[in-house]
Ligand binder design. Structure first.
Ligand code: IP8
Length: 256
């Protein structure tokens, strides 16, 4: 039995990994199955004792969010728009949960829309109460959160990205390690090579540049900056890095 105080591993499965990004509401079933196999084996082998999973939106959330003009900073006051986005995300969440539970993983949902808020508006901090997630972990469950809509003062409902949730969870739960699994094998330099380790933002700022500044959640540079600020070591890796990461090894780019 894991000790109730064992710090969890926080794992993000990117939306681009588990869905077909160019086809609305289409899973990448093979990629999702492979990720769920890796999670189930790591838990069964005891390589990971406590785990929180977060997944992104891919062609489920982002399709509906962009249709309604909703992003992390632009909100909607239309209940129908909120339900389109949240409905697609809960559908994707159900698919992730079903495939984890098929493999014996005690996965259950935690929906950010029901928990979280931006009480100071779109530019303010995210409030994400963690007592349900922490208590579920202590009871032996694997909570699975997801990018979602979030109540936002003065803006209706905006989007909370999986990356924001990862940062909140890692900080608030005192994560042991953080893993971000996507379709990219790590943080890439200007030649497309994986940078093995980043311990200081200045050293890579130029390489990361503004090339992906159109990403609603701020692109790779913002992600690296946020992961660097965490106490826990973080790794950014592709599908092939998931097993080694869960075994406790370095994978992709180590950010610490
Ligand atoms: O894919 C956003 O989560 P992300 C999900 O982690 C939605 O950016 C609702 C668009």
């Amino acid at each position: 039995e894991p000790d109730a105080a064992t710090p969890p591993v926080v794992l993000k499965l990117g939306g681009s990994l588990i869905t077909e990004k160019d086809r609305p509401e289409t899973l990448d079933g093979a990629a999702l199955d492979a990720a769920c196999d890796a999670v189930a084996s790591a838990l069964a082998a005891g390589a990971v004792e406590r785990l929180v999973v977060v997944h992104g939106g891919g062609s489920f959330g982002h399709h509906h969010a962009s249709k309604h003009g909703v992003s992390t900073t632009a909100g909607t006051s239309e209940a129908d728009a909120v339900m389109d986005i949240h409905g697609a995300m809960t559908e994707l969440n159900r698919a992730v949960l079903d495939r984890l539970r098929d493999r014996g993983v005690p996965a259950i949902p935690v929906h950010p829309l029901s928990l979280s808020a931006r009480p100071a508006g779109p530019d303010g901090d995210l409030d994400l109460p963690l007592s349900s997630t922490a208590t579920l972990l202590g009871e032996g469950f694997v909570p699975v959160l997801h990018g979602d809509g979030v109540a936002t003062a003065g803006a209706g409902v905006t989007v909370v990205s999986g990356d924001e949730l990862v940062v909140e969870l890692a900080t608030g739960l005192g994560a042991r390690r953080v893993g971000v699994c996507s379709t990219v094998p790590g943080v890439l330099d200007g030649d497309g090579e994986v940078i093995p380790a980043i311990d200081e933002f200045g050293a890579v700022a130029d390489l990361l540049g503004a090339s992906d500044a159109t990403d609603v959640s701020g692109g790779m540079a913002a992600k690296v900056r946020e992961l660097l600020a965490l106490d826990a070591p973080a790794h950014v890796f592709g599908a092939a890095g998931l097993e080694p990461f869960l075994r406790g090894e370095d994978a992709g780019t180590r950010i610490d």
